[in-house]
Ligand binder design. Structure first.
Ligand SMILES: [Zn+2]
Ligand SMILES: [Zn+2]
Length: 278
């Protein structure tokens, strides 16, 4: 039983290292290497991070994966004791549930992250969580997506078994959720703003976070504690006062513009139909 638990831990550790190296590596390769010149105008901070800092990001990003080993071992024992609500027959709750639960998970995960992160910026908890490691990186690269001290990583990963004990989830949902959350994490640390104009002010997207939002947090740790959303920051008064202004600046080269509200959205849609009318 111990050997099986260790095996699950090792599998999850390898999977999470591969996820980190392949997904971040692909993003970094495309944006920072192959299209470096062409995409430079989208870079939030026009300087590139120092090579030494990127090496540090990768080091902590890999070390932090130890938490996925621990997660694998814990999940094995919880599963063996019937404490996880994971189900394997997709028809048990249906496809609609398997997909519709994802946004709910994102909201829950974001709330957990906001509050744990907010506490990590209080002096006593900051010391014990070692959150300063993640804040060594001011001009972030996508490699910072996972670069935290393992103690902080442990706090962050703790929400996963809690969710799995409370909410019935199919392995497909878990896999898609893991990919979405990691992709959003990479985008948040990418250092490039590719989201369209009006994203920070449009009623469709303004509550969601973006690269500029998290870049501001790395520049000034008093603001922007959210992960996927900025709802808690708005409620707690910790949204960066220059968020909209800085977003406008970092997205100024983006030719794509999204509607500000439903009315202007419908107007653009009707114009689009007129364009394609015979
Ligand atoms: Zn960060
Ligand atoms: Zn922080």
């Amino acid at each position: 039983m111990i050997m099986e638990a260790l095996l699950v831990g090792v599998i999850l550790f390898i999977a999470s290292c591969l996820r980190y190296l392949l997904m971040v590596g692909a993003y970094y390769g495309v944006v920072y290497v192959f299209f470096k010149e062409q995409l430079h105008k989208f870079k939030i901070n026009k300087e590139f991070p120092e090579y030494n800092m990127i090496k540090q990001e990768i080091y902590w990003g890999l070390v932090n994966n130890i938490n996925f080993f621990l997660l694998g071992v814990a999940l094995y024992f919880l599963y063996q004791n019937g404490m996880l609500k994971i189900y394997t027959d997709i028809n048990e709750y249906g496809w609609f549930y398997a997909i519709a639960i994802i946004p709910v998970l994102l909201v829950l995960h974001d709330a957990y992250f906001f509050w744990s992160h907010y506490l990590m910026h209080r002096p006593w908890f900051r010391k014990y969580s070692h959150h300063h490691i993640h804040h060594m990186f001011h001009n972030v690269s996508p490699w910072a997506a996972f670069s935290v001290h393992p103690v902080e990583g442990f706090i962050e990963v703790l929400v996963r078994p809690i969710i799995l004990m409370l909410i019935p989830l199919h392995p497909y949902t878990i896999a898609v959720f893991a990919i979405i959350t990691f992709t959003l994490n990479i985008i948040g640390h990418s250092g490039y703003e590719f989201f369209p104009k009006n994203y920070a002010t449009s009623e469709f997207t303004k509550i969601k976070s973006c690269a500029t939002f998290h870049y501001q947090h790395h520049k000034n740790g008093n603001y922007n504690f959210g992960l996927f959303l900025n709802v808690w920051d708005r409620l707690m008064g910790t949204l960066h006062p220059d968020y909209e202004k800085d977003f406008e600046e970092s997205s100024k080269h983006n030719p794509i513009e999204i509607p500000m509200n439903t009315k202007s959205g419908l107007h653009s849609l009707s114009n689009l139909f007129k364009t394609f009318r015979w």
